[in-house]
Design a protein around this ligand. Structure first.
Ligand code: ZN
Ligand code: ZN
Length: 417
């Protein structure tokens, strides 16, 4: 059945490639995706969606297509770009600049492939809208902003996504990755890590650099905290679990002969299970508090947790069902199991909020020959991956594979007529 739906793709493929190049050349930063949102919403209207609403969660777009009795199936794509200076040399490379949320003028690039995600979802929505006799149920199409800030999904949910629109029985999403184009990669259970960020302010007492006895030195305190934090993964997280604790920002002082009165740390953690996440979060606060006491600080440190994404769990049973449909459509040889990815994705927020399983898979965008050569020369990790200024999926077969995967997945969960 999927074949008869995707057959019409040959008619829209070129037009979709134009849309992709347009989005790629005109990338927009998180929560600034206004032009892209307009384009995508217009596509859904043209496709005949019953309801198309913009500005859900600032710049999100929602489309509803009702087609009789059956489950509500949600297809999601993100569509924000990154502050990266594109160096692909492609004729449709971005030269766009924008002002980011902190007021800085930055280059902008679709370095994570979200332009491909949005294009494929547009194509799938169009195909399903034109083949309503092949399925029953309700299709909920969600273009989510601000994935790169890890806030976009939460923003749409908080803006009443599942009260204003039908709540789904399943959430389906995909991400283009540095795999060979035409291939689908999948995992089950936690496939991408939970990410949590915090800032710590350590309070000391400032003094002249020549009079350490008059100070409580926050620089020494911070140095000890950084070193001690490395013991969390090594000594507190069970060896079978994995976790990352990165101190990405460490700031104190203004001048060599002044002992400052405070130090700041910016920390990012990645975990796969709630239990490990709790261990790591608690250990960070315990260590900073204890080091502060060890230094004789008069004021306890301050902790500000400012960003939190749960681990992305691709529900095992639903994933197996979906992947079996992929194998039937694409052939088993184009399906590959994948290890966990330490990056994070906020698509899981939708499933969690709707109380529905999420199924998430990756699909390839790189030239197969390039990947095989790199594999032979043992330099797979040097291939341009997501967020690289050189990351550019091949338009085909990436686009067709992405559209077909969404259609096949949707039809797996929609009712038969
Ligand atoms: Zn990204
Ligand atoms: Zn991404």
């Amino acid at each position: 059945m999927a074949e008869s739906v995707t057959a019409a793709l040959s008619k829209t493929r070129d037009e979709l490639a134009d849309l992709y190049r347009d989005l790629h050349q005109n990338p927009e930063l998180s929560l600034q995706e206004k032009r892209s949102a307009k384009l995508l919403a217009q596509r859904l209207r043209t496709a005949g969606f019953d309801e198309v609403v913009e500005e859900v969660g600032v710049t999100g777009v929602v489309g509803v297509l009702r087609n009789g009795q059956g489950p509500v199936v949600m297809l999601r794509a993100d569509f924000d770009a990154l502050p990266v200076h594109e160096q692909t040399g492609l004729p449709y490379a971005s030269t766009t600049r924008a002002v980011d949320h902190e007021g800085r003028d930055v280059p902008v690039m679709h370095a994570c492939g979200h332009d491909m995600h949005a294009t494929c979802l547009t194509g799938a929505a169009d195909l399903l809208a034109h083949t309503r006799d092949h399925w029953r149920g309700t299709l909920l199409v969600v273009f989510q902003p601000a994935e790169e800030l890890a806030t976009g999904a939460r923003g749409m949910v908080d803006d009443g996504l599942f009260e204003r629109f039908p709540a789904p029985e399943i959430v389906l999403g995909q991400h283009v990755a540095p795999l060979p184009a035409g291939f689908i990669g999948y995992g089950t259970g936690p496939v991408m890590a939970a990410a949590d960020s915090l800032n710590i302010t350590l309070h000391g007492r400032g003094a002249h650099g020549s009079r350490p006895e008059a100070s409580i030195d926050p620089v020494l305190m911070a140095a000890n905290v950084v070193t001690r934090l490395q013991g969390i993964v090594a000594r507190e997280v069970p060896p079978a679990e994995s976790a990352v604790v990165t101190v990405g920002r460490l700031q104190a002082g203004t001048k060599d002969n002044i002992i400052p009165d405070r130090a700041e740390l910016g920390i990012n953690i990645r975990t796969y299970t709630p239990a490990t996440r709790d261990i790591v979060r608690a250990a960070i606060e315990r260590i900073a508090t204890a080091e502060s006491q060890a230094s004789g600080a008069e004021r306890a440190p301050e902790f500000s947790w400012f960003s939190s994404v749960p681990a992305l769990v691709s529900e095992p049973d639903a994933t197996h069902t979906t992947v079996a449909a992929f194998a039937e459509h694409f052939g088993q040889q184009r399906i590959m199991p994948m290890p966990q990815v330490n990056a994070s994705e906020d698509v899981g927020v939708f499933g969690e909020a709707a109380g529905a399983p999420t199924v998430f898979w990756f699909w390839g965008g790189l030239d197969t020959h390039t990947v095989l050569t790199a594999l032979k020369e043992d330099r797979l990790d040097q291939l341009p991956g997501n967020h690289s200024p050189f990351f550019a999926p091949l338009i085909e077969p990436t686009l067709s594979t992405g559209v077909e995967a969404l259609v096949v997945a949707a039809l797996t969960w929609l009712a038969k007529p």
